[in-house]
Ligand binder design. Structure first.
Ligand code: ADP
Length: 410
């Protein structure tokens, strides 16, 4: 048999073997380079002194520097202070002690772009030891979007926790506060039933003298019956006001908002004019300073301020004339309004609680359902606003309301 002639692909010829191995190696290297270059993650290699040796395209996109601007400089250029200054120390410590904080582990760190903005990133670092020395490969992923989603989720969870607490309060009130008038109604209905039985007995008893029966029935009607009916009606009124409170509260979340530029001078003046009778009757002096405008829903913001003015009158101190001052100032992007009174004040431990549904400091002394401030808080939250309190018992209270300032073009 004729020997097979050697050709360019003949592996039995040493030169050909080397040539094809080189081709394969080049091909592998080209593939590997393309893989690194087109990777979505940023890939960087640094030497043991922290100097950048190579970066891929994603690194340029992520940090806003070109490869030329990065290669040859210390990796700490991509970190904000204090990590920037500390990085050399980290690397040195690892090289001396072999104890790794990030190498081989990976963690979330903060990166800094060329324009100085910072962003969260996941970083994993691997170490490579070659004859030429050791170097490190970092794989970086911008996790801004994931962090934003996490924060949004955390915020939603917080809102959900608050709503859950609110719901628990409502259930508590429904089972407790609604129950006490109900118990009264039940008790006095039984009394009424007993009184009616007595009256029927007197009417049906032929042996009782009609004049004496009439006198006794009159006494029962004026006494037990009258009293029972009064308590029953008071219980019904209380249940009615609590139930309409529930209704008002539940409607609030569904009411449509019409946010516009609000002339607060006109709005507050209008509210005070509508309260004229009540203010004059209680001998209240009101000062309204020049109020900056803000963005809000006129009707609902009006409801907040009516409630605050109403409370300032309702919870005035005994023994001194009631004075109310309304003022406001622009604070950055917000306008902060103050409704100040010299009333009975609220102790510090109740400052947060009075914004809870149905929470009242003195139930029974002044009329109310403990809903006004929780409704005010809900209204303001829906308009990206806030409400809080500064107060001292016996001195007075200041309710602060923050609403977004006027946006250009509004
Ligand atoms: P309501 O007035 O119907 O009780 P609010 O929610 O408006 O309901 O107020 C809750 C509680 O906060 C009140 O019961 C009162 O104890 C306290 N409060 C509100 N405003 C003032 C104020 N200006 N001064 C003192 N206490 C106040």
């Amino acid at each position: 048999m004729e020997p097979t002639p050697s050709g360019p692909t003949d592996p039995s010829v040493p030169g050909v073997v080397e040539g094809s191995a080189l081709l394969a190696l080049r091909d592998t290297e080209a593939r590997f380079r393309a893989l690194v270059e087109t990777a979505v993650e940023g890939i960087v290699t640094i030497d043991s002194a922290g100097v950048i040796e190579s970066v891929n395209l994603a690194m340029e996109r992520m940090f806003g520097y070109s490869a030329v601007e990065m290669v040859g400089r210390n990796i700490s250029m991509l970190m904000p202070p204090p990590h920037r200054a500390a990085h050399d120390g980290y690397l040195e410590r690892y090289l001396q002690t072999g104890v790794a904080k990030i190498i081989g582990v990976g963690r979330e760190v903060v990166g800094m772009r060329k324009d100085g903005t910072e962003f969260p990133m996941d970083l994993s670092v691997g170490e490579v030891r070659l004859a030429g020395g050791r170097f490190f490969t970092g794989i970086l992923r911008d996790v801004t979007k994931r962090k934003e989603a996490e924060q949004k989720l955390e915020q939603l969870a917080r809102v959900l926790r608050e709503k859950n607490r609110e719901l628990e309060t409502i259930v508590y009130v429904a089972s407790h506060d609604l129950r006490s008038p109900l118990v009264n109604i039940q008790g006095f209905s039984r009394e009424l039933h007993r009184a009616v039985g007595m009256i029927r007995g007197l009417l049906e008893d032929v042996e009782v003298d009609p004049t004496a029966a009439k006198r006794e029935i009159g006494a029962i009607l004026r006494g037990d019956v009258g009293e029972s009916l009064e308590y029953i009606l008071a219980g019904v009124r209380k249940m009615d006001s609590l139930l309409s409170g529930f209704l008002r509260f539940s409607r609030l979340g569904r009411a449509a908002l019409r946010v516009e530029a609000l002339d607060m001078n006109g709005l507050v003046k209008g509210l005070i004019a509508a309260m004229d009778y009540q203010l004059t009757e209680a001998g209240v002096e009101v000062w309204v300073e020049n109020l900056p405008s803000c963005m809000g829903d006129a009707t609902q913001t009006g409801q907040v301020f009516t409630n605050l003015l109403d409370n300032a009158v309702k919870y005035r101190a005994v023994g001194r004339s009631c004075r109310i001052r309304v003022c406001g100032e622009v604070c950055g992007r917000e306008v902060v309004y103050r409704v100040e009174d010299n009333g009975m004040g609220v102790a510090t431990e109740h400052h947060g609680k009075i914004f809870e549904v149905f929470y009242r400091l003195d139930p029974g002394v002044t009329p109310g359902e403990g809903l006004g401030l929780s409704i005010a808080q809900r209204i303001l939250e829906r308009q990206n606003g806030r409400i809080w309190l500064e107060s001292e018992v016996g001195v007075g209270s200041t309710f602060l309301v923050a609403l977004p300032g006027i946006t250009p073009g509004a």
